[in-house]
Design a protein around this ligand. Structure first.
Ligand code: TYD
Length: 154
């Protein structure tokens, strides 16, 4: 069981072509749990101070692939935090809604690309950490009281 809500790893089908390389395949709606509307990729990260992310999304879902090098991913769902190294080109990191994420410690050759469920929309971002904590706390309280009102919690 994942401690962090809205996070999972997605392993892609991969074909090893021996000395001719390796192919990893992503098919929208099949290996990725949403229809991909946008792809973006990040590179030129070759410095020790680069930090990306530092935000959460209200509706956007994403899957992130580190296709070259490595970086450290920090996740926080408002209750639990975790940190791990992303380095396998055939394993994607699914980032669901309400998940504060930041990336640091990029290796010199790091390139990551992201599949996203929607077009870029700045109003979907929560870029302030205290605002994020308030947002998830209120949302969790609402979910809890709905369960209570429907008799799911006695
Ligand atoms: P941001 O999503 O914060 O990048 P990251 O999560 O990799 O740190 O975006 C950084 C800037 O780039 C911000 O000003 C918005 C802009 N941007 C777009 O215009 N379109 C996009 O698809 C993305 C991902 C970012």
């Amino acid at each position: 069981m994942n401690l962090i809500k809205g996070f999972m790893l997605i392993e892609l089908p991969t074909i090893q072509d021996g000395i001719d390389g390796t192919i990893s395949i992503v098919e929208s709606g099949k290996h990725i749990p949403f229809n991909v509307k946008r792809v973006y990729y990040v590179y030129n990260l070759a410095n020790q101070v680069a930090i990306r992310g530092k935000h959460a999304h209200k509706k956007l879902e994403q899957v992130l692939f580190c296709i070259s090098g490595s970086f450290k991913l920090n996740l926080d769902d408002g209750e639990n935090q975790m940190e791990f190294l992303v380095y396998k080109p055939n394993v994607g990191v699914y980032l669901g809604v309400d998940l504060w994420h930041s990336m640091t410690d990029f290796s010199s050759n790091c390139i990551f690309f992201v599949l996203a469920s929607d077009y870029y929309n700045e109003s979907d971002y929560i870029r302030n950490y205290s605002e994020f904590i308030n947002y998830v706390t209120v949302k969790n309280l609402k979910t809890h009281s709905n369960h209570y009102n429907h008799g799911l919690i006695q």
